[in-house]
Design a protein around this ligand. Structure first.
Ligand code: FES
Ligand SMILES: [Fe+2]
Length: 375
């Protein structure tokens, strides 16, 4: 799915920006895009990146800019071990960014090329994502990830499972992408379909939420009886339990378990720039493991679902260009309010203007709470 720089009626989109959260891991691209000896580009938080896979299998992410004169390194060459700039041929080790060779240096030069570094980011491969750690400006080079937040990983419950990935570029800032993701009230309108739910099936729901570290959990519950896919899961006869977590900066995890059958997904809404974002859904499951075409079918319906959100957000972006004042109302928008409060708490504790008290970010919830809405 291509990013729409214009609306469907051809209006260019430039919506309001969002404050970005640094010092965390974001998915830059799918590692299946990394071919031997080739480089690929991506943008995270307005930072141009060049990524690749070294001959020994390790993935890397560098700022796509040569420290000499700033030409994108992605125009150069990569032999599986070193990235060579196409302008003056400086060579870099891509995981650490250290310069290995400056071809123009003569025997008269005292300059030690290995004291020069291109900007390299920590990059880890999990679940087919290249996760890149984006440090806040001026926080220094990160040599290794041991002292940092953990690399996100999709929960799996066994070794036999199928997987799928879906994504869509969204022409709105990350805050709108995230609150659109967690908003329960749009379901019957945006995702109307015979196989999901319709307006006619709207009914009142009560869900319990509890605070977790830098996020909140919709506590384990039996999923909506009015959703067809969940009905399908019921064929196994075991009680079904669903847990949905949201955690900063941008992650929604959902685990559905029924006896030894399970479905697990990790959805991220990643700031590409301050005013645009991308939604990625990775999923793994062992339900219907032996049914042929089930991955194809799941991807078909999943893609339709993501596309419905994408179309809505393209339309919303048309309205947001004019920077209207907006509302967060009632219990259905409560998760969105928690998100903004959690984000602000992280900025207050660790952001550029944080008073370094060492106190952990304050949580907006002081305990479990029931929310009610109709969807
Ligand atoms: S600009 Fe890259 S080597 Fe000169
Ligand atoms: Fe949606």
């Amino acid at each position: 799915m291509q990013f729409a720089a214009t609306t469907e009626t051809g209006v260019p989109i430039q919506g309001p920006t969002a404050t970005l959260l640094y010092d965390d891991w974001y998915p830059a691209l799918r590692t299946s895009q990394l071919r031997p000896g080739k480089m690929a580009t991506a943008t995270l938080l307005d930072i141009p990146l060049v990524l690749g896979r070294r001959a020994d299998g390790r993935v890397f992410a560098m700022r796509d800019s040569c420290p000499h004169r700033g030409i994108p390194l992605s125009y150069g060459w990569f032999d599986g071990n070193r990235v060579t700039c196409r302008y003056h041929g400086w060579e870099f080790e891509p995981c650490g960014g250290q310069c290995a060779l400056i071809p123009s240096l003569s025997t008269h030069d005292k300059l030690d090329a290995t004291r020069i570094y291109a900007t390299a980011y920590l990059c880890e491969e999990r679940d087919g994502h290249a996760w890149v750690y984006i440090p806040s400006a001026g926080s220094g080079r990160k040599a290794d990830g041991s002292a940092l937040r953990a690399v996100p990983e999709l929960a799996k419950f066994g070794s036999r499972y199928r997987t799928a990935h879906l994504f869509a570029d969204l022409p709105c800032n990350v805050d709108h992408g995230i609150i659109g993701l967690m908003d329960p009230a749009h379901g019957p309108f945006v995702h109307q379909a015979w196989w999901w739910r319709s307006r006619a099936s709207i009914r009142q729901k009560t869900k319990r939420f509890e605070p977790i570290a830098e996020g909140f959990r919709m506590s384990a519950h039996a999923p909506s009886g009015n959703s067809a896919p969940y009905k399908l899961l019921g064929v196994y006869g075991a009680p079904i339990e669903t847990t949905i977590d949201f955690t900063l900066p941008n992650r929604r995890t959902e685990v559905i378990r029924a006896g030894d059958k399970w479905f697990s997904s990790l959805t991220t809404v990643t700031p590409v720039t301050a005013s645009t974002c991308r939604i990625d859904v990775i999923a793994a499951w062992n339900v219907f493991y032996n049914v042929p075409f089930v991955t194809t079918i799941a991807k078909f319906f999943g893609a339709k679902f993501v596309r419905q959100d994408q179309v809505t957000m393209i339309q919303q972006a048309e309205g947001l260009r004019h920077n209207p004042s907006l509302m967060l109302i009632d219990d259905a928008d409560k998760p969105a309010k928690w998100y903004f409060a959690l984000k602000q708490a992280r900025l207050d504790a660790f952001g550029p203007d944080a008073a370094s008290t060492g106190a952990p970010p304050e949580h907006p919830m002081d305990g479990p709470v029931d929310l009610h809405w109709r969807s």
